[in-house]
Design a protein around this ligand. Structure first.
Ligand code: SF4
Ligand code: SF4
Length: 373
């Protein structure tokens, strides 16, 4: 499928794509690192929102600023910035989430002065009566600050257009998840990962067109024979930037049918109401969306959501992907584990760095888990 090839090319060489795009369109690029960054406002301003995933190679510059107990995602992103590999980024937005990102924001502001820098200090508790009002005020501040930094007045009409685009992308991504869940052989895990990741990099209008074509073609595709023995799994955790994980799981006799990742379904989840003021609609989505553990809302909400995802996707087990030194997710793990045990849902924990353990070792671990399912 030529559309898929296009997306895979972007994902394999994202910086080449962004540099070319910038040259051709003259648009500004705004970087962000977390799914709580209000991308809709960036896109409304006519800039390209680009999620930064960092590097896992030769981290040495970042080590002079960060303690060794910082997660590899934060280290890898800072390394690239200090090494001037992100010179295409005009500005950066940091939503306040985990401690590591908050400290990264401070280090960035002091050491990368050539980019504009915005903090979006979101509420920590999302289910208090004041959270809604406060969140809406913070997003309004973000609209003004970003407009100032980009030299644009971000109007309601621009925001409304952006909300529509994001709604369409998210709705189509949801369809893609459902198609793959019903018939996992329709698109390989690695290709599926490329489609998902491209959503955080590409021109969103261009991405929407390509995604529309991909979903249309997959809807028409004849159901392929599923390998009966393939065990259905849900991935859970923070970020997953490793397309290989999907392939390794498939080689080990499993298949990822859904996820609870902030670089996965959590990124796409939830529609915004197009009949109300756009910032109110963006606020409402954040407050409704299943939270990440760097925020607080309903003590057992994430666990209940995970169990619902397992049941809905008819999964047989859960793989937790835990980045080393990621405290928010590590603190959530014991209670999620207890809830899965109570439901008799098998799970395994993969403690990893930005770089994966050797393939052979990983495959053996997945095979062992899949055999017990
Ligand atoms: S896990 Fe939470 S804090 Fe970390 S990147 Fe994802 S949404 Fe942001
Ligand atoms: S939530 Fe975890 S993985 Fe994400 S930046 Fe914070 S510490 Fe790192």
């Amino acid at each position: 499928m030529k559309e898929l090839t296009q997306l895979k090319k972007v994902v394999s060489h994202p910086y080449a794509y962004i540099r070319k795009y910038k040259k051709q369109t003259g648009k500004k690029v705004v970087g962000y690192c977390c799914s709580y960054a209000p991308e809709e406002i960036i896109w409304a301003a006519g800039a390209l929102p680009v999620r930064l995933f960092g590097t896992n190679e030769n981290i040495h510059l970042a080590d002079t600023h960060l303690q060794s107990y910082c997660c590899s995602l934060v280290r890898g992103i800072l390394e690239e910035a200090l090494d001037k590999r992100l010179d295409f980024v005009d500005g950066i937005i940091f939503p306040h989430t985990c401690d590591s990102f908050q400290r990264l924001s401070d280090i960035w502001r002091l050491n990368i002065p050539e980019q504009f820098h915005l903090d979006v200090v979101l509420p920590v508790k999302l289910d208090t009566p004041s959270a809604k009002k406060y969140m809406a005020a913070i997003l309004e501040k973000c609209r003004k600050d970003l407009g100032k930094a980009l030299g644009k007045d971000i109007t309601q009409a621009m925001l409304a257009r952006s909300v529509k685009t994001y709604n369409k992308i998210r709705s189509l991504a949801g369809k893609l998840y459902e198609l793959r869940c019903a018939n996992p052989q329709i698109i390989s895990g690695t290709d599926f990962h490329a489609v998902i990741k491209a959503a955080m990099i590409m021109d969103r209008d261009q991405y929407l067109k390509i995604l529309t074509q991909i979903v249309k073609q997959l809807q028409k595709a004849k159901p392929r024979k599923t390998r009966d023995e393939a065990k259905r799994l849900v991935l859970s955790g923070s970020v997953c930037t490793h397309p290989d994980i999907y392939g390794i799981i498939e080689d080990a006799g499993g298949v990822v049918v859904w996820d609870d990742l902030c670089t996965g379904y959590r990124y796409f989840e939830g529609q915004m109401n197009e009949k109300i003021a756009p910032l109110k609609a963006i606020t409402a989505r954040y407050l409704k969306r299943v939270i990440c553990p760097a925020k607080h809302m309903e003590l057992r909400g994430r666990g209940e959501n995970l169990i619902r995802l397992v049941k809905q996707s008819k999964a047989q087990g859960v793989v937790f992907l835990l980045l080393k030194f990621c405290d928010p997710h590590a603190f959530d793990y014991p209670y999620l584990k207890e809830m899965l045990e109570a439901e008799k849902i098998p799970f395994m924990l993969l403690d990893m760095e930005a770089e994966l353990p050797p393939v052979g070792q990983l495959q053996t671990r997945f095979e062992t888990f899949i055999q017990i399912l």
